[in-house]
Design a protein around this ligand. Structure first.
Ligand SMILES: NC(=O)c1ccc[n+]([C@@H]2O[C@H](COP(=O)([O-])OP(=O)(O)OC[C@H]3O[C@@H](n4cnc5c(N)ncnc54)[C@H](OP(=O)(O)O)[C@@H]3O)[C@@H](O)[C@H]2O)c1
Length: 334
């Protein structure tokens, strides 16, 4: 069936108005909620399920989809599947979408299939564009710092890719504060400013508060936290054991059952009580808690079904925290 996007997708008076936030000092606005295709969109997943997730996202103003060369499994399959959906559903809407991909992790054998050389980054993006059937991506990221390649070479590769017209903007991911600061300075010098940084950040993962957020705020670079729900831990799904269809119980899932400990559950129960008191699900509170910081441009969520996506989108209905709630949350997290 031909997909027709919801005509009310940008309507600010509807039930789920999307909020758009400026990405650092750039001219690009991103939806407060972006959708990532790391899990649930690969060769092992169900086409009609992930197609419905993508359509529902766009129908609700989620204009940003995040990929990487290695998402699957198998690696590359999330980009291929996204390419199929692009062709079937989203081609008429290409100019309304911000599509990102990345390179940095192992993608093919030999010395040029991972890390940060110009050789790897340029070829990897060419492959990604073919898999997705796109002429360009909106954002291309270096996925992780490379201890062996000079940062100047990696940043020059990002600059080159923009000048070739294969990406409109560039970003970095998993760079520590000092590495990020150096990368941002090099990109500024080259004339291709760093648009955005993608770090792991959630109530359970706070390293970015030790300097990175400060650098990004000062330099006018956006921040898009990944795994904002700690891969599903920061929801109510594990409160009564590990469901058989959850990420923790999937053989290819990155969340390990060993991470679902009694200590974690005890924290989740207390956080859940605060969330319920706020009239929110735990997932909604965890996302709203990140979005209260203006340096956070967008939260990059995952979803294995449409109902989760809709639940997460509703976090925007209450982003205000009282000082008492914030103090109680800190007490639980420490
Ligand atoms: N740059 C990097 O190095 C890097 C690394 C990792 C991820 N990322 C990006 O970040 C994106 C998001 O990562 P993530 O998938 O780990 O994010 P996440 O939002 O922390 O976790 C998503 C998972 O949580 C569960 N979930 C989501 N919403 C829920 C809800 N409302 N209620 C109950 N359960 C819910 C689902 O798991 P179930 O399967 O259990 O249902 C879902 O697959 C990725 O797709 C990718 O684009 C980037």
């Amino acid at each position: 069936m031909t997909y027709l996007a919801n005509p009310a997708r940008y309507d600010q008076t509807g039930n789920r108005p999307m909020e758009f936030r400026r990405c650092g000092n750039s001219g690009l606005k991103l939806p407060a909620i972006s959708l990532g295709l790391w899990h649930n969109f690969g060769g092992v997943d169900v086409f009609e399920n992930y197609r419905a997730i993508l359509q529902t996202a766009f129908d609700n103003g989620v204009t940003h989809f995040d990929l990487a060369n290695n998402y699957g499994p198998p690696p590359g399959s999330a980009e291929e599947n996204f390419g199929v959906i692009m062709k079937k559903d989203f081609i008429p809407y290409r100019d309304e979408l911000v599509i990102s991909t990345k390179a940095g992790y192992l993608m093919w054998p030999g010395p040029y299939g991972e890390w940060g050389s110009k050789k790897y980054l340029v070829s990897s993006l060419d492959q990604s564009l073919k898999r997705m059937g796109l002429d360009y991506v909106d954002i291309f990221y270096h996925h992780r710092p490379d201890p062996d390649t000079p940062l100047e070479e990696t940043m020059a590769a990002l600059d080159l890719i923009v000048r070739q017209g294969k990406a409109l903007y560039v970003g970095i991911s998993n760079y520590q504060a000092d590495e990020a600061e150096k990368a941002i300075a090099i990109l500024n010098r080259l004339g291709t400013p760093c648009l955005i940084h993608q770090p792991k950040y959630s109530m359970f993962e706070r390293w970015v508060e030790g300097g990175l957020l400060e650098v990004l705020g000062r330099e006018g670079v956006g921040c898009i936290p990944f795994s904002p729900l700690a891969q599903g831990l920061l929801t109510d799904k594990y409160l009564k054991g590990i469901p058989s269809d959850s990420r923790a119980s999937k053989p290819h899932g990155f969340l390990q059952t060993s991470q679902v400990t009694p200590e974690v559950i005890a924290k989740l129960e207390q956080l859940n009580a605060i969330a319920l008191n706020r009239g929110q699900s735990l997932a909604q509170m965890a996302l709203a808690w990140l979005l209260k910081d203006e340096r956070v441009t967008s939260v990059l969520i995952g979803a294995s079904r449409v109902s989760q996506l809709l639940d997460s989108l509703d976090c925007l209905k209450n982003k205000n925290f009282s000082q008492d709630e914030l103090t109680r949350i800190e007490e639980i997290l420490k």
